[in-house]
Design a protein around this ligand. Structure first.
Ligand code: S3P
Length: 437
């Protein structure tokens, strides 16, 4: 049988914790360090399966990487043109970020490559990245729009001006990586803000990057420079504990230290505050060109709201756990403009809706979001929930157990290890009664 969680109701959460390193930043750090000149050191690296897939792929491309501790990595960069042909197809596992960014990086190389992944990844849309790369002159073939992605090497790329139809950091980043190798400048304009880790990190490695509002421009460079960087804690992993604290913290609140608070990632804070959440941000500092802070979360009476569509892209990965917070609020919460949830690691609208139904949370799934009736005073019952192999769905229902009357069994949770190794231990340490069986 596949791994599952048993999550039992618990009175409160308390104390403090840290969360593992940021997934988006860890992927990018490995890739850029691999094509830089010299030895880079990455501290706070996320030792989750997604980033380990990127690490394995970089090794298969001829980059030598040492990992003396799970979260400390030394990368001996081979230079922009030093990657070598892999012996076999590169396996990206469950990692959407890895397959999209590698498509951008590899279409600029002298050799052919093929990208594959697990059953979920093999269903994810790839034309959104393949099409603009083809416009740059790349040879990228998908299989009816999904992986395997077959990339022909030895193409001369030319810079383009591209307008993204949907705000996507993965597509933007793929084009920027290809743009490092193109003739002329590559400009990407997004319809709304998406995470800007690539822009920050490319600049840190010495690339010629210009940002003007929603427009990013990269110029080809001769070389990138190795660096040392310390990856901040992943806001998306902290999100589960932010919601846990809001619905169940004891009187002193729950402290989450060392969390990345890049404004292109913290839409959840904006939404929760509009719902009445009390979250203190302290000790603000900069680390690896990224803003970092400590968060103290107080138990709060939440009110349902209509979430402005403009906030949705800034909270896209946190919407599953936002649905749990909304279920604890007074009054209805409505999320729309989130059709991207349909094509994440699972169809997150369908997976969350089925789980919420199983534990008795009143709601309506919408084509592009969810309408959730707040049940501030009525805990829901327990039940059996299927995560559909989606890490964020699984962890959201572990948090939901804090307000349940009976245990919640959560099926198919092995993929929590893609983004949050050690989730169960950290959750138990602050009072969430979840076990793996
Ligand atoms: C990511 C970008 C987002 C996000 C994903 C990580 C990244 O996806 O949902 O979890 O690291 O660039 P999109 O680019 O598809 O919006």
């Amino acid at each position: 049988m596949t791994a599952q969680y048993e999550a039992r109701p618990a009175a409160c959460v308390a104390g403090e914790l840290t969360v593992p390193g940021d997934k988006s930043i860890s992927h990018r750090a490995l890739m850029l360090a691999g094509i830089a000149d010299g030895r880079s050191e990455i501290g706070g690296f996320l030792a989750g399966e997604d980033c380990l897939a990127t690490l394995g792929a970089m090794r298969s491309l001829g980059v030598s990487i040492e990992r003396p501790e799970p979260d400390r990595v030394f990368v001996d960069g081979v230079g922009l043109r030093g990657l070598s042909a892999p012996a076999a197809a590169l396996d990206m596992g469950n990692a959407g970020t890895a397959i999209r960014l590698f498509t951008g990086l590899l279409c600029a190389q002298a050799f052919d490559s093929t990208l594959v992944g697990d059953a979920s990844l093999m269903k994810r849309p790839m034309e959104r990245v393949a099409q603009p790369l083809r416009a740059m002159g790349a040879d990228v073939r998908t299989s009816g729009g999904t992986p395997p992605v077959r990339i022909g090497g030895g193409r001369r790329l030319r810079g383009i001006e591209h307008r993204l139809p949907v705000a996507s950091a993965q597509v933007k980043s793929a084009l920027l990586l290809a743009g490092l190798y193109a003739e002329g400048a590559t400009t990407v304009t997004s319809p709304a803000v998406s995470r800007d880790h690539s822009e920050r990190m490319l600049r840190g490695f010495g690339a010629a990057i210009e940002v003007d509002g929603l427009r990013v421009r990269v110029e080809p460079v001769a070389r990138l420079e190795a660096r040392r960087l310390e990856v901040p804690g992943d806001f998306s992993s902290a999100a589960f504990f932010i919601v846990a604290g809001l619905i169940a913290a004891d009187a002193s609140g729950l402290l989450i230290r060392n969390v990345g608070v890049n404004p292109s990632r913290t839409g959840l804070l904006t939404i929760l505050r509009a719902m009445g959440a009390e979250i203190e941000v302290s000790n603000a500092r900069e680390q690896a060109s990224e803003p970092v802070a400590d968060l103290r979360v107080h138990r709060s009476e939440l009110r349902g709201i209509e979430v402005p569509k403009a906030w949705v892209p800034l909270a896209i990965d946190e919407l599953p756990v936002l649905f749990v917070a909304a279920a604890c609020a007074r009054g209805e919460t409505v999320v729309t403009g989130a059709e991207e949830l349909r094509v994440k690691e699972s169809d997150r609208i369908a997976a969350m809706s089925a789980g919420l139904r199983a534990i008795g949370v009143e709601h309506t799934a919408l084509p592009d979001g969810m309408r959730i009736a707040g049940a501030a005073d009525t805990p829901w019952h327990g039940g059996v929930v299927d995560s559909h192999g989606d890490h964020r769905v699984a962890m959201s229902f572990a948090v939901a157990s804090l307000r349940a009357r009976g245990p919640i069994a959560i099926r198919d949770v092995a993929n929590v290890a893609t983004s949050f190794p050690g989730f169960v231990d950290r959750a138990r340490a602050v009072g969430i009664d979840v076990r793996e069986s």
